[in-house]
Write a protein that binds this ligand. Structure first.
Ligand code: PEP
Ligand code: MG
Length: 593
């Protein structure tokens, strides 16, 4: 079997460690178990059976108390079903003979019950089928739940492997337990990918049949920048990988040395470099003094971490804490952007055929205005703590902005009437991520204080390519000439209107893109914190006239391939500048001699 596999790179970095396959969603994960781990897997099954049996006993007691002894009898029957030696030995032999994990073996048993009973007719047979399979479903739940608890309590660091890159997968463990992430599905600009980058861990997606090729606990190396994974590396391969890692670490060291300085070109043009933040804990992962503010705080991710909607008071405290972490610098809070691929577990949205074109972002919050009012109140109350700004997602029409302004004015008046201190002019901006907003830009700029381009969505809508679909991942192209033209139009419109324009989509995290955006005339960019040092380093070594010439050059290209040629040149030039710095350290003695 080929031990080297390739996928789509999502987040750079090099990591090596043991794999932990996780299940988040409906599919039950299947992986092969090495012969020496079979007793371990049977042990996992036994403890899940015990936990399920305890849970059933507890249910029995509760129902006996709240209903009747008779109603509670079913749980006693379920416990007896779990003691059936036939079923038990079927699961055990699936583990040891087929060498599959306990979850997959239990799932096979449940399927067998369903197939056997499904062939028979009648309600009572169907009831019986669910009676025999329900307790085993509980065992399955126990296995999956325990899995997370076990890793959490072991405190071990692992390489997470899953079928899809969802926000839930990324947040499955605490970030300091995650060495890297790899998945079968997912796109480079999906929200799971956005989170992986904000975690700063290497991540590779779009690897077909990944889970079938892994074993729990298998040693791997992950190169997030190149999208390469090595299964069971040999001693030689591992040594080579560690050498690469040492070079990457020394490069990072060089870049970090200047990260406290502003992103200013040698001829004096400044590019604001702000950060995208997904959680209050993110502030502990980077040097807050080295950035120009928060350009995008995705408030929905604060909501995603919870099991219920945060109250106004909780939101207020959260926003205040965030604003206080950035004294004297802007903190841009984006209004809740749920829907699409960001469902909230406690806010059921209907299943849609085209979720990206459906009920998401401002479309939800304008309809559920209570939700919006609570968030607005919390934001406006937190505003006196610093330079708080508000950003509107998925703006498609001027009417939406008008509606928001009205709601803000009402909320403000209400707060002031109740004695709150709310600043007069909290700045409000619009995300430019829907093509209609692009075309209506001069009008939109009349209505807002600033705009920020969400290229993750803008690219998907301009090119008609789903950002979450790995089948069309190769067509998702942030450097498509049409996208570059759109970006130039936004920069020019902003300059004409005298309003600040920024890019907060993930493409801005690439230093070559940052140079182009500077050349186009953007005032600032907002990126995952891990990219700040590299971008500053690049900007500090590029004259603004050169950046302008590069922007003109890419805008002249007819094809994406030609654009990439220019980008490759910018990157090579930048790499050369970094390695120039590496040389004195290595060659210091020879030069002196
Ligand atoms: C974007 O669309 O580029 C963006 C920044 O927002 P999100 O990725 O959360 O949709
Ligand atoms: Mg978006």
């Amino acid at each position: 079997m080929n031990r080297e596999i390739k996928g789509t790179p999502v987040s750079p970095g090099l990591a090596t460690g043991v794999v932990h396959v996780i299940h988040v969603g409906r599919d039950v994960p299947t992986w092969s178990v090495s012969p020496e781990d079979i007793p371990l897997e049977i042990g996992r099954l036994a403890s899940a059976l015990n936990a399920a049996s305890e849970k059933l006993a507890e249910r029995q007691r509760r129902v006996a108390k709240t209903a009747s002894e008779k109603d509670a009898e079913i749980f006693a029957v379920h416990r007896l079903i779990l003691q059936d030696p036939g079923a038990m030995s079927a699961v055990e032999s699936a583990i040891s003979e087929q060498r599959i994990n306990a979850e997959a073996a239990v799932q096979t048993l449940i399927k067998r019950f369903e197939v056997t009973m499904g062939d028979l007719d009648g309600d009572s047979v169907r009831d019986y089928a669910s009676d025999v399979s329900d307790p085993w479903r509980l065992v399955l739940d126990m296995l999956l739940e325990r899995d997370r608890a076990d890793v959490l309590s072991s405190q071990s660091k692992v390489v997470l492997a899953a079928s899809d890159l969802t926000p839930k997968v990324v947040t499955f463990l605490e970030r300091d337990q995650v060495l890297a992430i790899m998945t079968e599905k997912g796109g480079r600009f999906s929200h799971g990918a956005v989170l992986a980058r904000s975690f700063g861990v290497p991540c590779v997606v779009g690897i077909p049949n990944l889970l079938a090729r892994l074993e729990q606990g298998m040693e791997v190396t992950v190169d997030g920048g190149r999208g390469r994974i090595q299964l069971r590396p040999s001693a030689e391969e591992l040594a080579l990988f560690l050498e690469l890692k040492a070079t990457a670490d020394s490069r990072r060291h060089i870049l970090n040395a200047e990260s406290g300085k502003p992103a200013e070109t040698p001829d004096g043009k400044r590019l604001g470099v702000l950060v995208n933040v997904e959680s209050v804990r993110d502030f502990d992962t980077f040097d807050t003094d080295s950035v120009d503010g928060v350009g995008l705080l995705r408030t929905e991710f604060l909501y995603l971490e919870r099991s219920t909607f945060p109250s106004e008071e909780e939101q207020y405290r959260m926003y205040r804490r965030v604003v206080e972490r950035m004294p004297g610098r802007p903190v841009t809070l984006r209004v809740l952007d749920i829907g699409g691929d960001k469902p909230l577990p406690y806010f059921e949205t209907p299943k849609e055929t085209n979720p990206a074109l459906g009920w998401r972002g401002i479309r939800i919050t304008l309809q559920w205005s209570d939700l919006l009012r609570v968030q607005m109140r919390a934001m406006l109350r937190a505003a006196p703590a610093g330079d708080l700004r508000i950003l509107l997602p998925m703006v498609t029409s001027i009417e939406e902005i008008h509606e928001i302004h009205e709601l803000f004015a009402e909320t403000r008046t209400h707060l002031v009437e109740h004695g709150y201190d709310v600043p007069e002019n909290v700045l409000v901006g619009a995300m430019i991520e829907v093509p209609a907003a692009l075309l209506a830009l001069p009008r939109i700029l009349d209505e807002v204080d600033f705009v920020s381009v969400g290229t993750n969505d803008l690219v998907q809508y301009l090119l008609a390519v789903d950002r979450d679909n790995s089948r069309v991942a190769s067509l998702y192209e942030p450097f498509h000439p049409a996208v570059l033209r759109a970006l130039q139009d936004v920069a020019s419109a902003g300059q004409k209107a005298g309003k600040p324009v920024s890019v907060c989509g993930d493409m801005a995290g690439d230093p070559a893109a940052a140079i182009l955006l500077l050349g186009m005339g953007f005032d600032s960019i907002s990126v995952a914190p891990q990219f700040v040092p590299e971008i500053k380093y690049a900007v500090r070594r590029t004259n603004s006239t050169h950046a302008r010439a590069l922007a003109t050059e890419v805008l002249d290209q007819a094809t994406t391939r030609e654009v990439h040629r220019v980008l490759a040149r910018i990157r090579a030039d930048f790499d050369g500048k970094v390695s120039e710095r590496e040389e004195p350290a290595h060659g210091a003695t020879s030069k002196q001699g």
